[in-house]
Design a protein around this ligand. Structure first.
Ligand code: ZN
Length: 340
């Protein structure tokens, strides 16, 4: 199946302080993946900058003004989040690339936006956790506003909870947010009882996993909860916040997921998009701080997007963490999702 990749060497021009894990070398991994896949039935697009209208669907005008004012300067926005002179422009490319991934998915090709800075911690009025604009949230709001979609799902597999994405759509049943993450852990949100508010109740689904979760834990959580919720919701588009920092080699995360584990997750998501979202799937990069693990994770994700949809075989092994989390999550969500 043909794919669309969005990437650019420009993503190396967002410079973080020496020793920062979200470093420009991550963009070199993206470039290598682009080069490898350009010869393999993939179209590689250069990113376009998101417009103010795109950003303002999820961010406040005051926050956008404050970020604009950092152009040309190196600023510490929080203890972990920094700008360099080009960062705002690069971050606009990241958010724009996520919107292009939506366009590609809507025109029939699965897509992957390989971007930095990442986005899922950015809140409507706050930069945090290496994130400036919330790329996947900008993309979800773009899909609703520009493509007129009624229902968009975001599945977040980054090891950290996507507090920003959750908060932006917490009361909105038109955007389902599903997250698998290490808990308790940075940023502190993502407990099982956080399920949305008002008409959005049940449209935030958190699966908090204890540190040490394995391929078998992630497979079981996908099989038993993530996939059934997505099938019940039947989104018009599936977006994936694809962090690879649950990999066992990652310096920040405390999980034990292997590259094969990421392949299994990608197959689950590709499969459910085929069955429930007319094949529309757009993947947006988030974290992942071990460079070889990041490269391998992106590679197996693209293989799953390109290959025939197949339900992966169950992964055997220690799944105690998922079983414990799923019992809690199911008890809370079953009144709202009776098919669980
Ligand atoms: Zn992360």
């Amino acid at each position: 199946m043909p794919l669309t990749l969005i990437g650019s060497p420009r993503f190396a021009d967002h410079v973080t302080p020496p020793g920062h894990p979200e470093r420009p070398e991550r963009a070199e991994v993206f470039d290598l993946v682009c080069q490898r896949w350009a010869g393999r039935n993939a179209t590689v697009l250069a990113p376009r900058e998101a417009g103010r209208d795109d950003l303002q669907r999820v961010h406040t005008p005051a926050y956008l003004d404050a970020l604009d004012a950092t152009a040309g300067r190196a600023v510490a926005l929080d203890p972990d989040t920094f700008t360099s002179p080009d960062s705002v422009a690069i971050a606009r490319l990241a958010a724009g690339a996520a919107c292009q991934a939506v366009d590609a998915a809507m025109s029939g090709t699965p897509s992957l936006a390989m971007v930095r800075p990442p986005g899922h911690h950015a809140e409507s009025g706050t930069a945090m956790g290496f994130c400036l604009y919330n790329n996947v949230a900008v993309a979800a709001a773009y899909a609703r506003a520009v493509h007129g979609l009624a229902k968009v799902a975001v599945v977040d597999i980054d090891v950290h909870h996507g507090n920003g994405t959750q908060a932006m759509f917490y009361a909105d049943p038109a955007v389902l947010y599903v997250s698998l993450h290490q808990y308790p852990f940075y940023p502190g949100t993502g407990g099982a009882a956080e399920i949305g508010r008002g008409t959005g109740a049940g449209h935030t689904v958190n699966v908090p996993l204890e540190a040490g979760a394995t391929d078998a834990d992630y497979d079981l959580a996908c099989r038993a909860l993530v996939v059934p919720v997505l099938e019940a919701y039947a989104p018009d588009l599936l977006l994936v916040s694809a962090g690879y920092d649950a990999h066992h080699r990652d310096p920040l995360g405390g999980m034990r997921v292997s590259t094969e584990g990421f392949a299994t997750m990608a197959q689950h998501l590709r499969g459910v998009a085929d069955r429930s979202s007319r094949g529309r799937i757009a993947v947006v990069a988030e974290g992942g701080y071990d460079l070889p693990a990041l490269a391998d994770g992106l590679e197996v994700t693209l293989e799953a997007l390109a290959g025939p949809a197949a339900v992966p075989d169950p992964v055997h092994g220690d799944s105690a963490r998922a079983r414990e989390a799923l019992a809690v999550v199911r008890a809370i969500l079953q009144p709202l999702w009776p098919t669980l």
